[in-house]
Design a protein around this ligand. Structure first.
Ligand code: COA
Ligand code: AMP
Length: 620
């Protein structure tokens, strides 16, 4: 394997086949891949099992006593370590539980669960028997869960009686029951894990008790699957109200994650990696569950928040207590900590133990936050960029390849395997430093999505706007020094506390309110969450705001999309600024909401609306 970033990058571009076949040697294969890229995905024809690579092979190598998972749960006061041997047993039994209810290779299993070890066992158990998991983030409401159930058509739905969100206990079962009422698809069973905080009611015949099913399950072995067989479906926000089911194949995923753990994050087997995210997001899939375990590291499963569980020191105490070597979180988490502890008192009190680097992703790491974190932690703070579709970082500073070059505000350099270009609207390259559409040459490297579930057309569309390239939907520039700078989206997606949301989808929900004639939702800047959605609604003729309307709209969005939408601001206005052709000037509204002094645009049809919006924002 090449030693320096430049060598590795050059080889990945000049001979991707050799580069990735070499990287594939880091895994155990039942049948080694006959070739790298095939029209069907990476390594098709090769056979392996992802769970074997994440768990069993480490036990077989004599590392059964090494810690695989540290469950750190400040919200329940629990701390528990699971060795690789124990993990193997738990996963094999969980797989036995699924198999006993007829789950076999290719069947889908929806997992709607909190950050507890059983969630991780369930994901690995699916991988073990070749079933396809689809984890749904707990912050989504019943209708969103229902959409995912109808698209994935799972045999089983796995859930727990509750999640714990900071100080709040969130019962999951009523939500699951409601989602199953809404969904057209019937699952055969719901397997329910009763947590001590909430005893959820069971529906006779349909619901099964996790603990008793698990107790009677026999462990089952790993099955061999084709590298191109799907490992999971992960739904993410698209620009329409319909979520996109990103499909990840077994082989490319395992190879990419194994490679990234070593070469991007610089991790060695036995070291401790912590991604403070949620298993419901891609970061959780790749770097709480699969990446660290495939690499033979210890992973930290943290059930808590950066602040409030119980305070802004919880991250540093966890890092210190467990000897975390490399830490990964979203910039919003650092901003939340900084707000509570601007002087870094907790950091100095606890120290950071063995920590050698902090990686940030999920949204652009603003230079101010990067500088603060670097000053407080006295170590590299590395912004890196990727998306659910890609599955692993496409731009980063590859610490494991000895690269330390960083520039606050930039996400680093193209990761080996990814060839970037920045194009204008016509598909022509912009000059270095110029802003345009950030695209990546096709085919994408191993680990990136192979299709969208039930939506091959949607998948292909991402490769059609710019011939030969995958359209990321992000805008940015690459500077003279080669640093990639990702500045924002070219579509209606926004990033709220590192969570990806579609303003179009929120608008669709608000438009269903009987009093609303039309609306616009924009992402306004927020000091902690990066962005928050702000809604502007115009009432139907004859409808009045009785003072409750904003609250009703907020509740509606919460019930339809979920608390994760974090919609707190709704403004009822007489009219929205529009162009003469009737297009709502959302960019103008966004700038006004950000407190900018916006000149009246020449294309505007109704200039008086600018003043209307300004007055409303001032609360007049
Ligand atoms: N289950 C149920 N509800 C959830 C949930 C879950 N898994 N996750 C979030 N929610 C709820 C929250 O309780 C909150 O509800 P509320 O409106 O009743 O308070 C709402 O969804 C919004 O949550 P969030 O955006 O996370 O805001 P927060 O105020 O609870 O916390 C941060 C703010 C910055 C501390 C938090 O968002 C954070 O830690 N972000 C890190 C982001 C991250 O991990 N991103 C993944 C990519 S790396
Ligand atoms: P998700 O699919 O939820 O991971 O969201 C991916 C989107 O988040 C990207 O397309 C970007 O718009 C944004 N994003 C993630 N990480 C970064 C980053 N490091 N810098 C800038 N934007 C980011």
């Amino acid at each position: 394997m090449s030693r320096t970033y430049s060598d590795a990058y050059a080889q990945s571009v000049s001979d991707p086949e050799a580069f990735w076949l070499k990287a594939a040697e880091a895994l155990d294969w039942d049948t080694p891949p006959p070739q790298g890229w095939t029209g069907q995905g990476w390594f098709a024809g090769g056979r392996l099992n992802t769970c074997h690579n994440a768990v069993d092979r480490h036990v077989a190598a004599g590392r059964g006593d090494d810690v695989a998972v540290i469950y750190e749960s400040p919200v329940t006061g629990t701390r528990r370590s699971t060795s690789y041997a124990e993990l193997q047993d738990s996963v094999a039994r969980t797989a036995g539980m699924l198999a006993a209810h007829g789950v076999a290779k290719g069947d889908r299993v929806v997992i709607y669960m909190p950050m507890i070890p059983e969630t991780l066992f369930a994901m690995l158990a699916c991988a073990r028997i070749g079933a396809v998991h689809s984890v749904v983030f707990g912050g989504f409401a019943a209708p969103e869960l229902a959409k995912r159930i109808d698209d994935a058509k799972p045999k089983l739905l796995l859930t727990a009686s509750c999640g714990i969100e900071g100080q709040k206990v969130v019962p999951y079962k009523p939500l699951v029951d409601h989602a199953l009422e809404l969904a057209a698809h019937d699952v055969e069973h719901v397997v329910l894990l009763q947590r001590p905080q909430v005893e959820a009611p069971m529906q006779a015949g349909r619901d099964l008790d996790w603990s008793s099913e698990y107790a009677k399950a026999a462990p089952v072995a790993c099955v061999s699957v084709d590298a191109a067989d799907p490992l999971y479906i992960l739904y993410t926000s698209g620009t329409t109200g319909v979520p996109k089911g990103v499909v990840r194949q077994n082989g490319g995923h395992a190879v990419a994650l194994a490679w990234s753990m070593v070469n991007i994050y610089g991790m060695k087997p036995g070291e401790v990696f912590w991604a403070a995210s949620d298993v419901g997001w891609v970061v959780g899939h790749s770097y709480i569950v699969y990446g660290p375990l495939i690499a033979g590291c210890t992973t930290v499963l943290f059930e808590g928040k950066p602040v409030g569980t119980p305070d802004a020191g919880t991250f540093w105490r966890t890092i210190e207590a467990h000897g975390v070597d490399v830490f990964f979180t979203a910039p919003t988490a650092i901003r939340a900590i900084r707000k509570e502890d601007p002087e870094g008192r907790f950091i100095r009190e606890t120290g950071t133990g063995r920590l050698r680097a902090l990686f940030l992703a999920g949204e652009r790491a603003d230079p101010d936050t990067v500088h603060w974190a670097e000053t407080q932690l006295a170590m590299p703070v590395i912004d890196h960029w990727w998306q659910t579709e890609l599955g692993w970082p496409a731009a980063a500073t590859c610490l494991g390849l000895g690269d330390t070059r960083r520039q606050a505000g930039s996400a680093g350099f193209p990761v080996p395997g990814f060839t970037f270009a920045v194009l204008d609207d016509h598909g022509d390259p912009v000059a270095p430093g110029g802003t345009g559409h950030v695209v990546i040459a096709a085919p994408l490297p191993p680990g990136c999505y192979s299709t969208l579930w039930n939506n091959e057309t949607g998948f292909r569309r991402a490769f059609e706007t710019f011939a030969g390239y995958y359209e990321t939907g992000d805008a940015g520039h690459i500077d003279e020094g080669g640093f990639v700078n990702i500045m924002g989206r070219t579509d209606d997606l926004i990033n709220v506390a590192g969570h990806r949301l579609s303003t179009g989808q929120i608008e669709q929900i608000i438009a269903t309110h009987p009093a609303v004639a039309e609306c616009a939702v924009i992402g306004a800047d927020d000091a902690v969450k990066g962005m928050v959605p702000v809604a502007f609604a115009v009432l139907k003729a004859g409808r009045q705001d009785d003072g409750n309307l904003a609250h009703e709209i907020i509740t509606l969005v919460r019930e339809e999309l979920g608390p994760v939408a974090a919609l707190k601001n709704v403004h009822i206005v007489a009219a929205l600024p529009k162009t003469r052709s009737g297009k709502i000037l959302r960019a103008v509204i966004r700038r006004l909401a950000n407190g900018e002094d916006v000149p009246v645009p020449p294309t505007i049809e109704n200039p008086d609306t600018i003043e209307i919006i300004k007055r409303e924002l001032r609360g007049e």
